[in-house]
Design a protein around this ligand. Structure first.
Ligand code: SAM
Ligand code: SF4
Length: 366
């Protein structure tokens, strides 16, 4: 029996095991993917849940070193969707039986921004007869803001830790209170205490990031007991400070396979959570999202942002689907998902089984 097979038989992986599995070669990684596929089929089945993604605004007060829409990038044309545009996208999702949407934007914490999101949440629920579940991905906010949004009808929140190693976090963010690792961690705990379905995730293949860091990221997500994960490869953007370290990066294809391994490992470690097949996977491999679904992901986020804004929400270079209308995007994804042998769960919220058990206080059993 190979070393990989021996590790894959264990009930729990330690850091060393994870590093070894992340380092598996082309042949051995197939064993990992086979195992994660089996776990996926037994615990979450064959269904893929749609979350219509609305990139609400690219205005951001932060300056993360990796992100194309960071405040310091003066080349970006800034936009905010109108209420009507958001409602139209939400109605489209509802009509198409997506059952869930994600509202994402740069980070802003002004009173007017907070109030606008609160009002929009109420309007969305009214317009869709409370039949849509809403995920927010609007960065770090105060406890009272998170509470207001929760009370206005947001069920889920996605806030990536980005990297769980505080030292690495410091290298990738400006050294100031606005980009503080502990603040981000605290925000994640606050979200959980307010009853949100909690999602986090990391970027994979960053400069200065080691396999040990990625192993720690997986253990971090497990210890935080998250309900959802969104992970994908880091992709460089030429108008960001991190671009100068591009020579330190793994080739894109390797970053892609590392990301697939992360998805597969997380599926084995956290069997009944929701895991997204992220757009960044597709920007490296045209079939990236289908491959992620095959090895463990069960959520996909078709882009519903009006076309005219998409080229201004470029977090990284070569972002796919920036020229496809929502209707086209739906058709294209549907075909791709069927090709991956999965089935779309039309009209189902798809709250993670993990969250439902966590809320009900049911202990996890393997
Ligand atoms: N502003 C909010 C935040 O940071 O949580 C939400 C929007 S932000 C654009 C969403 C995610 O984009 C971030 O969590 C980050 O992981 C990802 N991202 C930013 N730049 C990226 C890059 N160059 N490559 C891959 N992912 C990137
Ligand atoms: Fe702003 Fe989010 Fe980009 Fe950071 S990752 S610069 S918070 S949009």
């Amino acid at each position: 029996m190979s070393q990989t097979e021996k590790i894959l038989r264990k009930e729990q992986f330690d850091r060393d095991d994870l590093v070894k599995l992340l380092n598996t070669d082309q042949q051995e990684r197939l064993l990992l993917f086979k195992k994660s596929e089996e776990v996926k089929q037994s615990f979450v089945g064959n269904k893929v849940y749609f979350r219509g993604l609305i990139e609400f605004s690219n205005r951001c007060t932060k300056n993360c070193m990796y992100c194309g829409v960071r405040a310091g990038n003066t080349k970006v044309i800034r936009y905010d969707l109108t209420d009507d545009e958001v409602l139209e996208a939400a109605r489209f999702a509802h009509q198409q039986r997506f059952a869930s949407i994600v509202i994402q934007s740069g980070e802003k914490s002004t009173a007017s921004f907070t109030a606008r999101i609160e009002t929009l949440l109420k309007k969305i629920h009214e317009a869709t007869r409370h039949e849509l579940h809403v995920t927010l991905s609007l960065g770090e906010q105060s406890e009272s803001t998170y509470r207001r949004w929760r009370e206005a009808g947001a069920q889920r929140y996605l806030l990536r830790i980005e990297v769980s190693n505080p030292e690495l976090y410091k290298k990738l963010h400006p050294d100031n209170g606005k980009h503080d690792y502990n603040r981000r961690l605290e925000a994640l705990h606050t979200l959980k205490s307010l009853g949100y379905q909690l999602g986090t995730g990391v970027m994979i293949g960053l400069p200065f990031q080691s396999p040990g860091d990625l192993a720690d990221d997986l253990l971090f997500m497990q210890a935080l007991d998250i309900d959802m994960a969104g992970m994908g490869p880091y992709i460089e953007h030429h108008d960001t400070p991190l671009y100068r370290y591009r020579d330190l990066l793994l080739p894109r294809k390797d970053r892609f396979y590392l990301s697939l391994k992360m998805v597969a490992l997380l599926r084995i470690m956290m069997k009944n959570i929701n895991i997204a097949a992220t757009t960044a996977m597709q920007s490296i491999d045209p079939q990236g999202r289908e491959k992620a679904i095959k090895v463990g992901a069960n959520v996909i986020m078709p882009n519903l942002t009006p076309l005219k804004y998409r080229e201004n929400y470029l977090l990284y270079q070569d972002k796919p689907c920036i020229d496809e209308e929502a209707e086209q995007c739906r058709g294209c994804l549907e075909a791709r998902i069927h090709m991956a042998g999965a089935e779309i769960a039309w009209g189902e919220w798809g709250d993670s089984d993990h969250y439902q058990k966590r809320q009900a206080g049911v202990p996890e059993t393997d």
